[in-house]
Ligand binder design. Structure first.
Ligand code: NAD
Length: 246
């Protein structure tokens, strides 16, 4: 079988460098080139799939460049608003052979954690999320915790559950951020990488679902699965759930 030719945008960054190493190690993939901000992206013009771990300010331009050349994309860069996703979907329609996978989390464990939390949500009146990360993270709450909260809230709404029980009247911020009615608590601590707990509570019992990511290599099985998926799945795919058969 022919190897899939892969290029990486953001190759000098933390995630991009890891993606370069993962592609180089995979027998069915061939690294065409890795480019960073000062490199000529023409180096990627022979790639079948481009991986993007750059910056919200750079990714849309890379998508347009790739779509115009028929290059599929696997994108981990964050910052995709509904408006941006609509623009990407339109680009896919204009370039019908092109597949673009955008995932805010390539960790298989994190995706399973969200899926399990969504499954459990309708059985527990109480639920809270604690997300814990290294202190260099600039955004809070984390994108993963926001996605988890939205999915839990949607599952609760589908089961006609009301608000989570909470008698708090005076809150000086200790109850955390609230996304779709679900409380999220952010911890920033040296020594941590990326971690999340979903605490679910009912009368007389609790269920805790916890995921820990200790290093960036944990994202790579999801990225590689995405590369293999996107070559024969044209159009926009959001998240790696379908890639994993969830
Ligand atoms: P980073 O700052 O270490 O790396 C980003 C790299 O992109 C830098 O080397 C930068 O010079 C380069 N870059 C910027 N503009 C570019 C351009 N136009 N062309 C080529 N390279 C360019 O950041 P990081 O920690 O590797 O994260 C990158 C992105 O991935 C962020 O948006 C982050 O939130 C996201 N991320 C996603 C996941 C996931 O699972 N989806 C996991 C971790 C991080």
């Amino acid at each position: 079988m022919d190897q899939i030719r892969v290029g990486v945008f953001g190759a000098g960054g933390r995630m991009g460098a890891e993606a370069v190493r993962a592609v180089e190690r995979a027998g069915d993939l061939q690294l065409v080139a890795g480019v960073d901000v000062d490199d000529d992206r023409e180096l990627l013009s022979d790639a079948q799939v481009a991986v993007d771990f750059t910056h919200p300010g750079a990714v849309m331009d890379n998508i347009e460049w790739c779509a115009a050349r028929g290059i599929h994309m696997v994108i981990g860069t964050t910052g995709f608003t509904a408006e941006r996703l609509a623009r990407v979907a339109a680009l896919c329609e204009q370039n019908p052979g092109v597949g673009i996978l955008i995932a805010s989390n390539f960790s298989i464990g994190a995706v399973l954690m969200m899926s399990f939390a969504e499954q459990a949500a309708r059985f527990y009146p109480s639920v809270e999320i604690i997300e814990l990360h290294h202190p260099n993270k600039v955004d809070a709450p984390s994108g993963t915790s926001v996605s988890t909260a939205r999915r839990i809230a949607a599952a609760r709404a589908a089961a006609s559950m009301g608000a989570v029980p909470d008698a708090t009247v005076h809150d000086d911020g200790a109850r955390g951020a609230v996304v779709d009615g679900i409380h999220i608590h952010g911890v920033r601590l040296q020594g941590l990488v990326a971690h999340q707990e979903v605490l679910l509570g009912a009368t007389g019992e609790t269920l805790t679902i916890r995921h820990d990511s200790f290093e960036r290599t944990s994202f790579m099985p999801g990225v590689l699965a995405g590369i293999r998926h996107v070559v024969d799945h044209p159009g926009l795919t959001e998240g790696i759930e379908t890639v994993l058969g969830l």
